[in-house]
Design a protein around this ligand. Structure first.
Ligand code: ZN
Length: 323
């Protein structure tokens, strides 16, 4: 079983539904996911630029599109716990854990987390790259961390047993979250800073801190996080991130958070990168995941390791945090 711990497919669903399409998941994504052997994923609500200027409006649009899409989709199901994942697997349906990639859409009203939970979300990040009323993302003021309101938000997330994800936080916010969380912490789509010094990647100290919460790090295929150097943005170097993280903190703390982006428009891409492509050579989209696994096996990962990284560790995290 392969679980992709970070996918923006619902943004593509929103963009296409706003243009009048229906069955976007089935018509544009399912075949590729099946080809890659991916059976489930954490699909996030991401307030995509340029719509982040009015985040509440965009959040409402994405929620509406997601709800309408899931209502007509027979091939996939939103899941809210391990029992529902097992039921979906039995029914051979693609299962989706709904996440929130940045809470900018709720502004200062942290009580809206309850609304997002009721909608189905079981995962959240305080920010995307921006700084917002709750915390500071990697593109915000480096001296600013999690605000008092953000701490309140984390307490609500933990009380509701939602997964707290630190992937987009700046370092200050990361450590603020670490200071106050009790359960496992997730960095759903970040690689090792020792191999690629992107702000979105994790230092060794951060990797150790996540391990100490019994948390999880999701391997990211987005090329900028594999290498800062265009010619090294290939699958072999992504495998090196996997080996590095597994060696540092243990294979039981590693999963996938592929962050495939090739299906989104270049406008989204241009909003935060000079590069024209998002994909790593050799892992251009989710259908190529089996080739990544072959390379990981060649690099020394055992079948048992790959089973854990591909999905076992994710299911374990979901069962411990959400239930
Ligand atoms: Zn992201």
């Amino acid at each position: 079983m392969i679980f992709d711990g970070h996918s923006d497919i619902f943004i593509d669903v929103t963009i296409k539904r706003l243009l009048g399409e229906t069955q976007v998941f089935k018509n544009h994504h399912l075949t590729r996911l099946r080809k890659g052997g991916i059976e489930g994923g954490c699909f996030v609500i991401w307030i995509d630029p340029p719509y982040d200027k009015e985040p509440a409006k965009r959040l409402a649009q994405i929620l509406k599109a997601t709800k309408e899409e899931m209502a007509e989709c027979k091939e996939a199901v939103l899941v809210h716990n391990i029992a529902e994942i097992e039921a979906a697997q039995k029914a051979e349906k693609f299962f989706i854990l709904l996440g929130i990639e940045g809470l900018s859409g709720i502004g200062e009203d942290v009580d809206q987390i309850h609304m997002l939970y009721d909608f189905g979300a079981r995962h959240a990040m305080l920010t995307w790259n921006e700084q917002n009323p709750l915390a500071t993302g990697v593109q915000g003021d480096p001296t600013r961390g999690v605000t008092e309101l953000g701490k309140k938000a984390i307490r609500i997330l933990q009380k509701k047993r939602m997964i707290v994800d630190v992937s987009h936080l700046n370092e200050r916010s990361f450590w603020d979250v670490m200071d106050m969380t009790e359960g496992p912490v997730l960095a759903s789509h970040s690689n090792a800073k020792a191999l690629a010094p992107a702000a979105r990647n994790l230092s060794d100290e951060q990797l150790f801190a996540i391990r100490d919460t019994k948390g999880l790090v999701g391997l990211n295929s987005f090329n900028l996080f594999v290498s800062q150097d265009l010619k090294n943005q290939n699958v072999d170097n992504l495998v090196k991130h996997a080996s590095y993280i597994a060696d540092k903190i243990g294979v039981e703390h590693l999963g996938f958070g592929f962050d495939f982006f090739e299906f989104l428009s270049t406008d989204s891409m241009k909003s935060y990168s000079d590069q024209e492509t998002s994909f790593t050579i050799g892992l251009e989209d989710c259908s190529k995941v089996p080739e990544l696994l072959i390379k990981m096996r060649a690099a020394g990962f055992t079948d048992k390791d790959l089973e854990m990284i591909s999905g076992g560790n994710w299911l374990n995290l979901i069962s411990r945090v959400i239930g």
